[in-house]
Design a protein around this ligand. Structure first.
Ligand code: DC
Length: 247
């Protein structure tokens, strides 16, 4: 039996610095994915996009005509597919049973179909195990999702939660979707985000307790300002973990 999930490539080879695990959690549209990718590139470490795993299962369900309300069939599907993730800092690629679905998993239809997948506790348990297994194969990495610091990697070295107002998140999301060629309205995106908030929010609640994580409200901040705040947290934790800038 081939492994259910494997890493295609990661980042730089193990460095002389201690292995570091960073988690980033927060709601859809808080800038998590963009920021996680840029921070991973800056630190030259791997990036584990766990949302892509839930999306890949939802995409497979749509492709194969699996009823999203049939919990048994959904779990069977999740158990049977072979997920492969490219955890390079600048380029997440995802394959399902050998097929590259990296772009196909980003559209609104898959986003909507991902909710029943992400709400399915059996699938969550399966993917949490797969995420931990992936983590064991990586050197330093950033893991991004909804439950990474709270459930998947509770002993992570550094935990971030990114937040932003609903309006700011809807605008960002609309911009992303526009760039991908999807025709949607701001209010449709806002409604979609609100619905997803209701499902997602409890997963990082534990990280909002005092001292549990660094919480950053990104509403009025540029991406680089958020990254600079995160870099100062990383430097405080491990000064050598931030490579000098080469320009
Ligand atoms: O971050 P994203 O939009 O790519 O996530 C896709 C969906 O998967 C979204 O509905 C939230 C869910 N998700 C989750 O429940 N747990 C994670 N660790 C990552 C994503």
């Amino acid at each position: 039996m081939p492994p259910a999930v494997k890493v295609l490539s990661a980042a730089r080879p193990p460095a002389m610095i201690a292995r570091m695990v960073i988690t980033i959690d927060g709601p859809a549209g808080s800038g998590k994915s963009t920021i996680a990718r840029k921070l991973a590139a800056r630190l030259e470490i791997a990036y584990l996009d766990t949302g892509a795993m839930y999306r890949a299962i939802a995409h497979a369900a749509l492709q194969r005509g699996v009823d999203l309300a049939d919990r048994g069939a959904l779990l069977e599907l999740a158990k049977s597919v072979r997920l492969e993730l490219d955890c390079g800092p600048t380029h997440t690629r995802v394959r399902v049973d050998g097929h590259d679905v990296s772009e196909a998993i980003r559209g609104m239809a898959v986003s909507a179909a991902t909710s029943p997948v992400a709400r399915h506790q059996g699938i969550r348990d399966l993917l949490v195990e797969q995420q931990r297994a992936l983590g064991r194969t990586l050197d330093s990495f950033i893991s991004e999702g909804r439950d990474q610091g709270s459930v998947v990697f509770p002993s992570a070295d550094i935990k971030f939660v990114l937040e932003a107002s609903l309006e700011a998140r809807a605008r960002r999301r609309l911009q992303d979707l526009g760039a991908e060629g999807e025709k949607v309205t701001l209010s449709a995106v806002r409604e979609n985000l609100q619905a997803r908030d209701e499902v997602d929010s409890k997963q990082w609640d534990a990280l909002l307790l005092p001292g549990a994580a660094t919480v950053i409200d990104t509403t009025g901040l540029a991406i680089q300002e958020v990254i600079d705040q995160m870099l100062s947290v990383v430097r405080r934790h491990a000064p050598d973990a931030v490579p000098p800038k080469c320009n």
